[in-house]
Write a protein that binds this ligand. Structure first.
Ligand code: F6R
Length: 613
């Protein structure tokens, strides 16, 4: 959600900024802009729409010469997408330019104050308020860094800011709170960006800025300050993954690439934690005494990560016999949850930056709960804020719709549940070993579902069902959790209205919406509940629905006698089954989106990292 990038060096800044912004496109945006220092002035070019519009306006960068600049992709919050509302924003004095990721919550009050001071505004954005404040304090104190400090101390909300000052041609000031910002060290050049891919082409050496940190830099030098204004050293870290991990390779879309990366991502996440037939979550301390005294485990997250949490409820309750509840972070943070030191609260997040999840984490900590985060992005805010963290090793996930992060989050849930169950003695040795074996085998089982034949089947089914207007995903028990994720995939990338319900719930309302041509995707992978789900399929078929049933290979014949079409998946340990069921559902959504002509990797209105509430 919004991306910022800043460059100071000897190259032409505009092409570097455009390249960086392109790598941040995945975060979601609706307009973009850059500002470069040249001829003693600040020159900004901005454009509503895709980066290609900005690129054309900049003639690939050559229209804006200069070696120091800032750039931005905007996801509209304050004011509609437009050239004027796009960043960078200049102060009314013309001396300050600002790019901003985040939301300034006291924007209205600050805007009124700046108007009283004589500032004028062109846009509806909260960011222009920041530009005008820095402009005002710069006039007052005559010092750029002091002006930024004076401004930042008055801001409420979240921000990662990149700021230029007309009178300091080589210098950029960057500062952050609750929005991600990394600093890149090059040879005679420095960078700031919202995420690593933006600068990886130029450097693999980075430092992660903490809340309140400020970097004041030019091509040769950088000084870091902490929130108290003290000069601090920042640890330089090497990025271990290559640029190719954040590129499409030979694939048409990031999403399909990432679907294919799932077996590897699972191996990377599981293998280091399964040694000699034992789960070993290094450094995670959950003693038997602590676990036995727990009143309840909460899992708190948003979107697909919340659906992992819903699945986790089934998995943890079954294996550990501890009451477990999944909650959406946006609800948890405001519902006055019954949470104290007798609760373990687990936060699930790919980006580690999701605003609601981060706020919920702080709320849980404030109430005295022990917190544990399952996170993909190393060093992210949620990873840092939680008491303990387990990383998913999915690698960078670029497509807005999550696939491999979802699968690795689920695999961590299995590992965690098994470790807790072993500590508590709630799982038999036989069951434990069979889960270990199943987990080791899982990447190979996934490979089978990604064979050319399997893809062809999903593509065929998508060609058959893509023109439907409404879809319902139904299933029972743990299948109903996977329905939630399958349904979300379809609606978010294919823009097809879709809902998910536990199959037994149909008769209590939603069945009234089933009519000729409604698509029903039924999950029936739980043998003891197979007949029940078949009965539900008959009910919707009787009302005109077209039914696609995902079931086990050995049950396919029975399912095919009732449903219109089937997808069969191999039978594995019942608790692990969701890890396989999701694969054809991801593929189905992907192909439906293609048939419907949708922008698969960048679905409308969505952002990859939701860093605002
Ligand atoms: C859906 C999707 C989103 C995210 C949600 C949480 O495909 O990707 O629903 O799961 O926005 O994001 P993270 O995991 O970064 O906290």
């Amino acid at each position: 959600m919004c991306g910022i990038v800043g460059y100071a060096g000897s190259r032409q800044a505009a092409p570097v900024l455009l390249n960086g912004l392109e790598k941040l496109e995945y975060r979601g945006y609706d307009s973009a802009g850059v500002c470069v220092h040249n001829d003693g002035g600040l020159n900004a070019v901005k454009a509503k729409g895709r980066l290609s519009v900005l690129r054309d306006r900049l003639e690939g960068g050559s229209a804006l010469p200069g070696t120091v600049g800032i750039g931005h992709t905007r996801w509209a919050t304050h004011g509609a997408p437009s050239d004027i509302n796009s960043h960078p924003h200049l102060s009314w004095t013309g001396k300050i330019a600002v790019v901003h990721n985040g939301i300034i919550e006291n924007e209205a009050r600050l805007r009124a104050k700046m108007l009283r001071k004589g500032a004028t505004f062109q846009s509806e954005t909260d960011t222009e308020v920041v530009a005008n404040m820095v402009g005002y304090y710069y006039e007052k104190h005559g010092d750029f860094v002091t002006a930024v400090r004076e401004t930042v101390m008055r801001l409420e909300g979240s921000f990662a800011l990149g700021i230029l000052c007309q009178d300091m041609p080589g210098t950029i000031v960057a500062v952050k709170k609750d929005s991600p910002l990394i600093f890149g060290f090059g040879e005679g050049e420095h960078f700031v960006a919202s995420d690593v891919p933006a600068i990886l082409k130029y450097t693999q050496t980075v430092a992660y800025l903490e809340d309140g940190d400020m970097a004041v830099f030019d091509a040769e030098n950088v000084v870091f300050y902490d929130s108290t204004g003290e000069i601090v050293e920042k640890k330089q870290e090497k990025i271990t993954w290559e640029m190719s991990a954040a590129e499409r390779g030979g694939y048409d879309h990031f999403m399909i690439k990432e679907i294919f990366e799932q077996p590897k991502a699972l191996r990377d996440t599981i293998s280091p934690r399964l040694r000699d037939g034992q789960v070993n979550l290094d450094g995670i301390e959950l003693s038997a005494e602590y676990l036995k005294n727990l009143r309840k485990i909460y899992l708190v997250a948003c979107g697909s990560a919340y659906y992992v949490s819903v699945l986790a409820k089934y998995i943890i309750e079954k294996t550990c016999r501890i009451p477990t509840e999944a909650m959406m972070a946006s609800e948890f943070r405001y519902c006055d949850p019954v949470v104290d030191e007798r609760n373990l609260v687990i936060f699930v997040s790919q980006s580690g930056e999701t605003a609601d999840t981060l706020a919920a984490l702080r709320e849980a900590k404030r109430r005295g709960a022990q917190t544990l985060a399952i996170v993909n992005v190393v060093g992210s805010a949620i990873a840092k804020a939680a008491d303990q963290v387990i990383y998913t090793w999915a690698g960078p996930e670029i497509a807005v719709a999550t696939t491999k992060a979802f699968s690795t989050q689920l695999s961590v849930v299995y590992l965690l549940a098994m470790q807790m169950a072993k500590t508590l003695g709630t799982m038999s040795t036989g069951e434990y070993l069979s889960l270990v074996e199943g987990l080791e085998q899982l990447p190979y089982d996934m490979d089978r579902l990604l064979s050319p034949k399997a893809l062809e089947k999903c593509q065929y089914l998508a060609s058959r069902y893509h023109a439907h207007h409404d879809a319902f995903y139904i299933g029972r028990n743990i299948d109903s959790g996977i329905c939630l994720e399958g349904s979300l995939k379809l609606k978010e990338i294919a823009y097809l209205h879709s809902e998910a319900y536990p199959a037994g719930e149909l008769k209590h309302g939603p069945i009234s919406l089933i009519e000729d041509g409604t698509l029903v995707v039924a999950l029936a992978t739980i043998e003891p509940l197979f007949d029940k789900t078949m009965a539900n399929i008959k009910e919707v078929k009787a009302r005109g629905a077209d039914v696609l049933c995902v079931t086990l290979e050995e049950l396919e014949e029975n399912a095919a006698a009732i449903a219109d079409s089937t997808i069969a998946i191999p039978k594995i340990h019942p608790l692990l089954q969701p890890s396989l069921s999701i694969i054809p559902l991801q593929l189905f959504s992907y192909y439906v989106a293609l048939y419907r002509g949708c922008d698969v990797d960048k679905p409308r209105n969505l952002a990859k990292s939701v860093t605002v509430e």
